[in-house]
Design a protein around this ligand. Structure first.
Ligand SMILES: Cc1ncc(C[n+]2csc(CCOP(=O)(O)OP(=O)(O)O)c2C)c(N)n1
Ligand SMILES: [Mg+2]
Length: 820
């Protein structure tokens, strides 16, 4: 490995060229000097936090080795850069980062040591682990942006952190939106009153990312978009030379991210590009200078900045899984020891006369003791209730055993085994209780009653621990928005469908200054189907905007905006191209509320269009894929533009993210324009019966609705078969009042129709109706589904005919059902 040899021999990277570098190297002969604006006490505080954080890493690793936690990944080797970075944070600023940032979080007072350990143990109490209530992994940080009722707290009282996720680079798309929000808050006067979210857009969105994660596509997509949009984003790259075992040579061209970023550098006098810097991660005073300089420009001028922090180390290796001795050379390991940022900062402080060695020894002693105490407090808070549960179950097993006949010995063995466990897990306790009831099931039923009761009492508690907050549960829930049907002025004529959504968006933009829309061709053109036509001219380029071709960061832009209180409608031009954004929708947006146990939300509306057009890449209807990847979002499939408008109005009154798939070929179909277009709502999870019938229930949605209706007409006319056509409208949530099963009670036959692949959304609907709603009991014939072909559709109208179900297919399938 070239890096190893090079660093091992010279002790520094040979690629280190002065790339807009700010370095303060003290002349050994000169008088000791303090970093600008700091007192010795400030520096000592920074050292204290850095040292504390290192102790946390060391002890936390020990906890994993002891088996008290599953996995550990820590911020050792990155401490000094982070205390320096913390110095430029201001209230209202946001972080979007990754698992190395514990020191930054400590320094910003957004995390305590006890909370760090609580998360390591997966403590499910939100008070113990406010970032995730044990749901996120260790070192997945985040602040609580919502109160217990799901309402925003003031985000400008302190710095905030968006909630981390694990996929490398996935902090980047949302970072773009967090930064872009400042631009909107600064430049849209109608937002200036929203001071709980922003103070005139003065907030910076700070990103952190590892050197190796800069090899991800999403890194470059975000860096480019932030440069185009000129947003106040300040990105730090923590460069420790590796991504697990793979060195920079195999991650980025020329092994050096700041060399590559040079093309993004600002040219003085020009209004685009980045403020760049490069600084060594053990050089405290240079780090302070660099962050002070770059953040000043970013905050004042709304220019993106990037700081490449080099020469960082990993004293304990990448994580608790595996050891870095396996892939780093002796020389490299020696180099890392020499460049340990904490030892260097300590030496520098002594050299500068900021503290004496004895003072620092005492400080370190204090911190070691403090971290131990916090660890123990976290452990006891986590484990004591579980021990108490184990004791209760052991007592109940004591009672059960004598009444369990042949199972007695087995149950006593289980009890003994449970009592022997020093640090029982909650699952151990519950599993033993359930197993004991299982083995004793044939004995006197009253014997197990107490244990059963104990388990039953636990069910709602375990639901709270593990199953809440996938969707909003309070006033924010879209399910609470009442239906408000469209009404029509007398004599209201018909218009092209696109004019219906256009009127809806017009009303929303007028009503609420937080609503904004963007996407490819959304601004000037008003989207490729004219849903936003004329609205940029009416509301300005910041409210209705064009975006580059970058689906993933269009979604990220929306996530960050929504996290800062805005109401973005992000457009993905065609459903087929959602795939580029699917990862971030799935990993970040759809998990956000769940992974923070209700601490954060991003009510993003993704607007797209699909079903039926032409060919392999323009006619997809991969609704199964969407449903399977996006639990945590609502998935809505309106058959026409009036229904679409109703869904937008519903969603804008609620706090969950959603995707609305409009029907591509409905924009030119005539619809009447509702007179209440700005207020009408379509409720989520409520299907609509489009045609009543007695023989077959036909369950479908979207572009298949007109096909179903035409088939139903033909079947009645030519075969005297009466078909009940139900438009599901809302796939997630799905038929919350179980209306469809009521139709099955009447018809005893069901056909599920859609354009997805076999086993896709059709299978999902079948599962919902037959299993969850109990529809199976009412059937006299085997349930059927009629789907698209397994392949993507062939091109052209004929390709479409043979790739997707049509009217004749529906007629055949219904007749076959009738013949059974
Ligand atoms: C998308 C994705 N791929 C792979 C991983 C597994 N993984 C976790 S951390 C990591 C290395 C990241 O290296 P770097 O960005 O340099 O950060 P560092 O850990 O060195 O600070 C990898 C490959 C992941 N979490 N996500
Ligand atoms: Mg790295």
């Amino acid at each position: 490995m070239r890096t190893n040899a090079r660093r091992g021999s010279s002790g520094r990277t040979t690629t280190e060229e002065p790339v807009a570098t700010t370095r303060t190297q003290r002349d050994p002969g000169s008088a000791p000097s303090m970093p600008k604006g700091l007192e010795p006490g400030d520096v000592i505080r920074d050292y204290r936090i850095a040292y504390r954080s290192r102790q946390v890493s060391t002890l936390a690793r020990g906890e994993v080795m002891l088996g008290r936690a599953m996995f550990g990944i820590f911020g050792d080797g990155k401490e000094v850069a982070q205390v320096a970075l913390a110095r430029v944070f201001e209230p209202g600023d946001f972080r979007s980062g990754y698992y190395r940032d514990q020191t930054l979080m400590f320094a910003l007072e957004l995390l305590t040591v006890q909370q760090f350990f609580a998360q390591l143990y997966a403590h499910t109490d939100v008070e113990a682990d406010p970032a995730s209530a044990g749901r996120g992994m260790n070192a997945h940080f985040g602040t609580r942006l919502l109160d217990a009722n799901g309402n925003w707290v003031s985000l400008t009282d302190s710095a905030q952190s968006s909630a981390d996720s694990s996929p490398t680079g996935s902090q980047m798309p949302r970072l773009l939106g967090l930064a872009y929000a400042s631009k909107l808050y600064r430049n849209l006067p109608e937002l200036h009153d929203l001071t709980e979210f922003s103070r005139n857009g003065n907030e910076i969105a700070f990103g952190t990312i590892g050197n190796a994660s800069c090899a991800e596509g999403v890194f470059w997509e975000t860096v480019n978009a932030a440069g185009v949009m000129q947003v106040p984003m300040l990105l730090s790259v923590w460069d420790d030379g590796y991504g697990i075992s793979v060195p920079n040579e195999l991650q980025v061209t020329k092994s050096d991210i700041s060399v590559l970023l040079q093309g993004f550098a600002r040219t003085p006098g020009k209004s685009d590009g980045y403020e760049l810097a490069r600084v060594r991660g053990w050089d405290y005073s240079a780090l302070l200078d660099t962050y002070a300089r770059v953040s000043r420009v970013v905050r004042r001028d709304h220019v993106p900045g990037a700081v490449h922090v080099t020469e960082l180390t990993q004293p304990q290796g990448h994580s608790t899984s595996g050891s870095h001795e396996r892939y780093k050379s002796k020389e490299r390991l020696e180099w890392e020891r020499e460049h340990d940022c904490i030892s260097r900062m300590r030496a520098w402080m002594i050299e500068q006369g900021i503290a004496t060695s004895a003072q620092l020894d005492a400080l370190e002693e204090e911190e070691s003791t403090g971290v131990r105490a916090a660890r123990d407090a976290a452990w006891n808070a986590y484990e004591d209730p579980i021990r108490a549960e184990a004791a209760s179950v052991a007592g109940l097993l004591d009672e059960l055993a004598p009444a369990s006949g042949a199972a007695r010995e087995k149950i006593e063995a289980m009890r003994d085994e449970l009592q022997r466990r020093r640090d029982p897990l909650r699952r151990d306790v519950t599993a033993v209780a359930r197993r004991a009831l299982f083995v004793a099931r044939n004995e006197d039923p009253s014997a197990g009653a107490a244990l059963s009761e104990w388990l039953d009492a636990l069910k709602p508690i375990d639901r709270d621990r593990y199953h809440t907050h996938l969707y909003a549960e309070g006033d924010d829930s879209a399910l609470r928005v009442a239906a408000n049907p469209p009404s029509y002025d007398e004599g209201a004529g018909e218009v092209d469908g696109y004019k219906v959504v256009n009127a809806c968006f017009d009303a929303a933009l007028k009503r609420d200054p937080r609503v904004l829309a963007f996407g490819e061709d959304v601004g000037k053109l008003g989207d490729v189907n004219q849903g936003f036509v004329d609205l940029q001219a009416r509301y300005g380029e910041l409210r209705v905007s064009d975006a580059g071709i970058r689906e993933c960061t269009i979604v990220g832009q929306a996530i960050g905006l929504a996290m800062r209180g805005l109401r973005p409608i992000a457009e993905i031009q065609y459903l087929d191209y959602l795939l580029y954004a699917l990862q971030i929708l799935s990993d970040d947006l759809a998990t956000l509320r769940y992974r923070t146990a209700g601490g954060q939300k991003a009510p993003v509306i993704v607007r797209t269009r699909g079903h039926r057009l032409v060919g392999v890449w323009h006619s997809g209807s991969p609704m199964g894929m969407v449903l399977h990847a996006l639990r945590g979002m609502h998935v809505l499939v309106p058959r026409d533009m009036t229904r679409a408008a109703g869904f937008y109005n519903t969603l804008l009154q609620s706090g969950d993210p959603a995707i609305v798939v409009e029907v591509l070929n409905a924009y030119r179909v005539k619809e009447r324009l509702p007179s209440n277009i700005g207020t009408m709502t379509v409720p989520l999870g409520v299907p609509e019966v489009l045609r009543e019938g007695n023989d077959v229930t036909l369950v479908t949605y979207g572009a298949c609705c007109p096909i179903a209706m035409e088939a139903a007409r033909l079947l009645q006319e030519s075969a005297n078969v009466s078909v009940e056509v139900i438009d599901v409208q809302s796939l997630m949530p799905f038929d919350v009042h179980s209306m469809i099963v009521e139709s099955l009670k009447k018809t005893s036959r069901v056909l599920f129709l859609d354009e997805d692949v076999p086993g896709g959304a059709g299978a999902f609907m079948m599962n919902e109706v037959l299993e969850r709603q109990g529809g199976f009991h009412w059937l006299d014939a085997a349930p059927r589904s009629l789907t698209g072909a397994e392949h993507r559709p062939a091109y052209g109208r004929d390709g479409d005919y043979w790739s997707k179900p049509g009217v004749e297919d529906v007629c055949d399938a219904a007749l076959a059902l009738m013949r059974e």
